[in-house]
Design a binder for this molecule. Structure first.
Ligand SMILES: [Zn+2]
Length: 138
């Protein structure tokens, strides 16, 4: 397995254009998860190509390449999970600007809020019931 530093820009370009055999693309994806410097290089290439007519960043975003799972995104929002995974998801959301995953984030945040409301309501109900039982003499 070549180290991330040995991956040529032309290979990354081919990856973005989905011209790599799937085994090689999978290899790049796993390197991206582990190497911050590789992610930086890819971000630069995306930015450079976005300036051109091709809008490769858009193609990449549309194809949802290397999207984390909804479970991974949920862990990311909770602040748990491996550091490498968190860095990758942050890169994916902020640098790649994946709209699909951003929608997942919004959705997870909303459902999280309503869950919290429900447990608050339950707690209030419970406290009211306890209150009705009256105080025991100490
Ligand atoms: Zn995504």
């Amino acid at each position: 397995m070549p180290s991330a530093d040995l991956i040529a820009d032309s290979t990354l370009e081919a990856y973005l254009s989905e011209q790599l055999p799937s085994a090689n693309a999978a290899e790049i994806e796993s390197q991206l998860r582990n190497s911050e410097s590789l992610r930086e290089r890819l971000a630069v290439i995306i930015a450079r190509r976005d300036v051109g007519q091709h809008g490769v960043g858009d193609i990449w975003r549309t194809a949802r390449l290397s999207c984390p799972t909804r479970v991974d995104v949920g862990r990311f929002l909770e602040g748990s999970g491996e550091v490498e995974e968190r860095d990758y998801i942050r890169f994916h959301l902020e640098r790649v600007g994946c709209r699909y995953c951003q929608a997942n984030v919004d959705d997870l945040r909303n459902s999280d809020r309503s869950e919290t409301d429900t447990s608050k309501r339950r707690k209030r109900y419970f406290e009211t019931s306890v209150g009705r039982l009256g105080h025991r003499p100490e």
